[in-house]
Design a protein around this ligand. Structure first.
Ligand code: NAD
Length: 260
């Protein structure tokens, strides 16, 4: 039961972030949504979530490329909904290209959105959580926070960075009843991955079907996508009171990927 709690979730207009927002709202928690997309569609999602769950759902349009806007999103949670109990740093993008051809602007964007926004949001949330005497920070890293794949240098560097940042924050807040953990999903079928099927097919000169089975799911021993419900399970544990001693850790939900 998350009633009375407020979750701020970056990148929650789609995919994993939206699934986690639904999980919080379904358990009675209020939510600040964030992310890119068509304003009318975002407003439909917001209103539907609010009505179906009977909770307050707000939207903040912060662009994760800009630190001040990220901090503003967290402050908005406090001003608008009264508290910030749960922060989920989830927004992320991918670009698939060899290092030698990797565009500098894509490198800078991936580091800013996937790594630096986590710093800006966390820094803004800590004083609020300290004043409340409790907090839960969940960073959506990746199996690529623990191991690498070719053609994903910026993403792999950013996600390894997220795991290092997660450990540091956990140590700093260990006596403040604020935990900070990373979830490391394997491949989950979301718009982010759909785009990669085409990229991998192009880079490897194979069909999309072959790219999916032999390249994308090659590393995932279960040979199927992780589902968003499977991620929701570990997330709900981490934000619960039972998760109080789980901090500074990375939780692999990756179909066995990093066991190899
Ligand atoms: P997605 O593309 O469905 O969602 C990404 C979200 O981030 C969207 O809401 C998008 O609007 C938002 N976003 C992107 N750029 C933004 C910006 N500049 N400012 C604000 N919001 C922005 O992708 P997803 O698969 O749900 O990914 C969510 C997280 O999970 C990412 O950090 C991703 O790296 C991670 N992840 C995904 C997978 C997977 O297989 N799908 C695996 C491991 C980790």
């Amino acid at each position: 039961d998350l009633s009375g709690q407020v979750a701020v979730i970056s990148g929650s207009t789609s995919g994993i972030g939206l699934a986690l927002a639904r999980a919080v709202a379904a358990r009675g928690g209020d939510v600040v949504l964030n992310g890119l997309g068509d304003p009318a569609e975002i407003e439909r999602t917001r209103a539907e979530l609010e009505a179906s769950c009977g909770v307050k759902v707000r939207y903040h349009a912060a662009n994760m490329l800009r630190g001040e806007e990220v901090a503003d999103m967290v402050a908005y949670g406090k001003h608008e909904l009264g508290r910030v109990d749960i922060l989920v740093n989830n927004a992320g993008i991918q670009h698939v290209e060899s290092v030698e051809k990797f565009p500098a602007d894509q490198w800078e964007k991936i580091i800013a959105i996937n790594l630096s926004s986590t710093f800006y949001a966390t820094r803004a949330a800590i004083p609020i959580m300290k004043a409340q005497g409790r907090g839960r920070i969940v960073n959506i890293a990746s199996a690529h926070g623990l191991v690498a794949s070719p053609f994903k240098s910026a993403y792999v560097a950013a996600k390894h960075g997220v795991i290092g940042f997660t450990k540091t924050v956990a140590l700093e807040l260990a006596q403040d009843n604020i935990t900070c953990n990373a979830i490391c999903p394997g491949f989950v079928e979301t718009p982010l991955v759909q785009a990669q099927i085409a990229d991998q097919a192009r880079l490897n000169g194979v069909s999309k079907e072959v790219a999916l089975k032999d390249i994308i799911l090659e590393a995932q021993p279960t040979k199927r996508f992780v589902t968003v419900d499977e991620l929701t399970g570990i997330f709900l544990y981490l934000v619960s009171d039972l998760g109080a001693s789980a901090t500074g850790a990375s939780f692999s939900i990756d179909g066995g990927w990093t066991a190899r």
